[in-house]
Design a protein around this ligand. Structure first.
Ligand SMILES: O=P(O)(O)OC[C@H]1O[C@H](OP(=O)(O)OP(=O)(O)O)[C@H](O)[C@@H]1O
Ligand code: HPA
Ligand SMILES: [Mg+2]
Length: 167
C-alpha cells in the first residue's frame, strides 16, 4: 500500500486518455519506419508499455508484437534496472525497424538499458519527463519531473466527499 507520495503533483490518466494519447503516438510514427516507411515489429516494455504497444500495433497494422521485461521500480522506489525477459533475438538484430514502446520515460534508466541492447531501434513513449527526454525518439505529452503519473490500471473509481462536506 502506498501511503505517501514522494512527489508533489499527481497526473491522473484515464483509460480514455491513454487510448487517445497512444493513438496520437501511432499516428506520429506512421510511415516513419526505415523500410519504405514501414516498421518490422512492435516491442512493448513490460508491463506498462504493453497497453500503448497494443494500440500502436493496432493502428499501424503491425502483427508482429514482442515484449522485453525490465524492472526498475518497486512501487515508487527506483532500483537498478535489469532485463528479466528478452524479445526474440532473430527478430531484433541491432533494433533496425523495431518500434520499442513504453508508457513513459522518467529518469531514462529503463530506455538507456534497452537502447544499449538495440541501438538502432526507435524508442517511443506516450509520456515523458525532462530527465528521460534524451532517451526517447518520439513522445506525445511532457510532464514536469516532480509529477507522478497515475495510470488507469493502477487506479479504481471510489467515493469522494462533496466539496462542502456532509453533516
Ligand atoms: O525512465 P525510468 O525512470 O526508468 O522509468 C520509466 C519506467 O518505469 C515504469 O516501469 P516499472 O519499472 O515501474 O515497471 P512496470 O511497467 O511493470 O510497472 C514505467 O512503466 C517505465 O517502464
Ligand atoms: O510517474 C510515474 N508513474 C508511474 N510509473 C512510473 N515509473 C516511473 N515514473 C512513473
Ligand atoms: Mg514500465
Amino acid at each position: 500500500m502506498i501511503d505517501r507520495l514522494p512527489h508533489e503533483k499527481g497526473f491522473h490518466v484515464s483509460w480514455d486518455q491513454i487510448h487517445r494519447d497512444a493513438r496520437a503516438l501511432a499516428w506520429r510514427l506512421d510511415g516513419k519506419g526505415p523500410d519504405n516507411g514501414a516498421w518490422k515489429a512492435v516491442v512493448g516494455i513490460t508491463r506498462g508499455g504493453l497497453v500503448p504497444a497494443m494500440i500502436v500495433a493496432r493502428e499501424l497494422d503491425i502483427r508482429i508484437v514482442d515484449t522485453i521485461s525490465v524492472k526498475s521500480y518497486n512501487h515508487q522506489a527506483q532500483m537498478e534496472a535489469r532485463v528479466t525477459k528478452s524479445p526474440q533475438e532473430e527478430l531484433m538484430g541491432d533494433g533496425t525497424g523495431i518500434l520499442i514502446v513504453d508508457d513513459l520515460v522518467d529518469s531514462g534508466k529503463t530506455l538507456e538499458l534497452v537502447r544499449k541492447l538495440y541501438p538502432n531501434a526507435h524508442f517511443a513513449t506516450v509520456y515523458a519527463k525532462p530527465s528521460g527526454r534524451p532517451q526517447v525518439d518520439t513522445y506525445i505529452t511532457e510532464v514536469s519531473q516532480d509529477t507522478w503519473i497515475f495510470f488507469p490500471w493502477d487506479m479504481a473509481l471510489q467515493y469522494v466527499q462533496p466539496f462542502r462536506g456532509t453533516d
